[in-house]
Design a protein around this ligand. Sequence first.
Ligand code: RTP
Ligand code: MG
Length: 139
Amino acid sequence: MTTNRTFTMIKPDAVADGNSGAILKIIEEAGFRIVALKKTLLTKERAGEFYAVHAERPFYNDLCNYMSSGPIYAAILEKENAVADFRTLIGATNPAQAAEGTIRKLFAKSIEANAVHGSDSDENAALEGSFYFSKTEQF
Ligand code: RTP
Ligand code: MG
């Protein structure tokens, strides 16, 4: 296994509920190193750009409204096998199906307001990280 990177967002529901610190603690305790971190507020247009891959899905408009409804944290994370291990740590998209102990099981409210994002491939992790961070913001 090689050390590589993934990208995450702590979504508006989790930030509004005051769960950001608890989620970052779980992430660090699972062995992920925080390479970059910022709190930001997406416009609906910018949320639409981030999720352009889902533009044809029925939930796209709701997702863009939700992701621009309040501040988020964006972060680049580093670990061996980062993409797959992070998706294991966060659990299934629908919290009703998320395994015990996963971040979504602990903090998600619904299939949409599901607390965190995790990249689904190395390629998307790099693209998503560069959506928020320049090279000089990644250490
Ligand atoms: P993410 O990209 O946020 O890590 O989540 P994921 O891979 O588990 O799920 P994905 O299929 O990529 O969907 C992206 C986000 O869209 C919202 N969603 N809503 N209402 C619905 O049926 C529905 N399905 C997905 C969720 O916020 C999901 O994380
Ligand atoms: Mg996804």
